[in-house]
Write a protein of this length. Structure first.
Ligand code: NAD
Length: 514
């Protein structure tokens, strides 16, 4: 195995997770290789067979026990998320709140969504009854990111388990402890199913081993570049693949929008979690009549926010060490191309005395808010995922131009519309190339478990959450049951040719009449 772990160059037996604000070591975790992964998949297969054989109501009861334990251990899980990502504790708590809603929905609705249903047979098969049932796939591999280390992978883990599968989960190498904690709480809440939900830890090599392990589906969340690599591995064994990747989400603001509400939501959607949100706000298109007033309101609110640690910090550090360079490159390229920066700019890195990273020779992992305006559309700040606390606000002539520009991205994950009329907002939403759209809020869809979530283009494909997210971890099985002999049996050599010809003539007549 060629896993490099997080912080060492030679293949280690363990790797160290760290506090991203200070670099302080948090814990050592094993680097699991192909053999460990194979064992986890094998155990999952055995436990999964028993899990799949349970009545849906029993699975629901077990998953709701897990949900209750997660709720009672919310403080411990949120503390783990905060320690590993650096995000403020209250943001980690919000992540848990959303996760509990989703797990509850998946547990309660899997039986209803996936139960067998009768379908009509049509004339040639009128002697049959027909039904379709959604059967679990077996073992689902889940590879997760670090930015929402509970909410995001649980969109696959919770729904895959609810659909009757076993799960082997490889959390991000930045957040392994949170993954291990999730599995430990599962084992406590659901005794007797050892191996049903296992966590393997490590970096790219462990993820690649999971993709190559023969799991029955691989649900990946991360960047599109990694998705391509993982998909290539899956392609070798035709392992089905689900890709939840990055975004470059746009907010459209019409002339009659409530600008205070829009500014408030844009600031939260762009700067919350230090901008490290797949469906966070990265681009804003405001009609020219309100552009300046919107910018003023955004700048006023963003200026008041301080990155850092502790209860007063609006958001934490950039979690990944190299991300500050990406943010700086995007901001500098925009400024060089003629963009304005009413807030922040080339000195985007925060060097305040209370920012622990300020002492870091690279400038520290804290980035103060950056608001850019009039950014040329071909700048990386408009075309690439920035994943930092920045937002670009451009003026457009009208809604048509806003829609055109919003849709001109290679990403298509989420979007938002701020508009005086809810009906017009919904009409604009229907013109947007995005997997999920919020009208008069941002990320409104994330808190509604019944809504499927996912994107297209570089944002990936497939859906998690909702009924579609349950079905994503099943295979439909179609069953026909012959009830009586048909008048003309088209699937028998014994049927006279003349009878078959009459059946063809009847069918032709039926399908040619108006
Ligand atoms: P990443 O692509 O660097 O890593 C994602 C996961 O893939 C990690 O667990 C990593 O260890 C693993 N990995 C890396 N190389 C691999 C390989 N060759 N084979 C197998 N596994 C490999 O992404 P990240 O930095 O952890 O997460 C940030 C990205 O995730 C952003 O692009 C963000 O937009 C996206 N994201 C998307 C969603 C969504 O639901 N669409 C949600 C959260 C984050």
């Amino acid at each position: 195995m060629t896993d490099t772990g997080t912080h060492r160059r030679t293949p280690p037996a363990t790797f160290t997770s760290r506090d991203p604000a200070t670099g302080r070591p948090l814990a050592e975790h094993p680097v699991h290789g192909p053999q460990d992964v194979a064992r986890a998949v094998e155990r999952g297969r055995a436990a999964g067979a028993r899990w799949a054989a349970l009545p849906a109501a029993r699975r629901r009861a077990h998953l709701l026990s897990w949900k209750r334990l997660l709720a009672s251990e919310l403080d411990a899980v949120a503390a783990s998320v905060a320690a590993e990502t650096g995000k403020p504790l209250r943001d980690a708590e919000l992540e848990l709140v959303l996760t509990l809603e989703h797990l509850s929905w998946a547990a309660r609705n899997a039986g209803r969504v996936l139960r067998g249903r009768r379908v009509r047979t049509g004339l040639p098969a009128a002697n049959q009854s027909a039904s379709v049932v959604h059967r679990p796939l077996g073992v689902v591999g889940v590879i997760g990111p670090w930015n929402y280390p509970v909410y995001t992978p649980m969109g696959s883990i919770g729904y895959a388990l609810a659909a009757g599968n076993a799960v082997v989960f490889k959390p991000s190498e930045y957040t392994p402890g949170t993954g291990v904690l999730l599995a430990r709480l599962f084992e406590t809440a659901v005794p007797g199913f050892t191996g049903l939900f296992t966590v393997v830890t490590g970096a790219a090599g462990t993820g690649a081993a999971l993709a190559a392990s023969g799991v029955d589906k691989l649900a990946f969340t991360g960047s599109p570049g990694t998705a391509r690599k993982v998909m290539e591995v899956c392609a070798r064994s035709l392992t089905p693949f689900l890709a939840e990747c990055g975004g470059k989400d746009a907010v459209l603001v019409t002339a009659d929008a409530d600008l205070d509400a829009a500014a408030d939501a844009i600031v939260w959607g762009a700067l919350g979690n230090a901008g490290q949100t797949c469906a966070g706000v990265e681009r804003v298109y405001a009609v020219r009549a309100v552009h300046a007033r919107l910018c003023d309101r955004v700048v006023e609110r963003a200026r008041a926010l301080r990155p850092g640690t502790g209860p007063d910090a609006a958001y934490g550090p950039l979690t990944m060490p190299g991300q500050g360079d990406v943010v700086r490159r995007h901001v500098e390229a925009a400024l060089t191309a003629g963009a304005g920066a009413p807030l922040g700019g080339t000195d985007a890195r925060h060097g305040g005395a209370d920012a622990p990273g300020a002492a870091d020779p690279a400038g520290g992992p804290f980035v103060a808010p950056v608001v850019l305006v009039d950014v040329p559309e071909d700048c990386p700040a408009m075309t690439e995922e920035t994943f930092g606390p920045t937002v670009s606000i451009n003026a457009v002539a009208d809604v048509d131009e806003a829609v055109r520009r919003a849709n001109a991205s290679r990403y298509a994950l989420g979007a938002a519309v701020f508009c005086g009329s809810r009906r017009q907002g919904a009409a604009i939403a229907s013109r947007l190339r995005a997997g999920a759209v919020s009208v008069n809020s941002v990320l409104g869809f994330a808190a509604v478990p019944a809504l499927p979530f996912g994107g297209s283009g570089d944002s990936g494909f497939g859906r998690v959450h909702g009924a579609e997210g349950l079905r994503a971890f099943t295979a439909p099985q179609s069953v026909t049951v012959r009830r009586f002999a048909p008048p003309v049996d088209l699937t028998s050599f014994a049927t006279p040719a003349a009878a078959k010809a009459r059946a063809v003539a009847l069918t032709r007549w039926l399908h040619t009449r108006r």
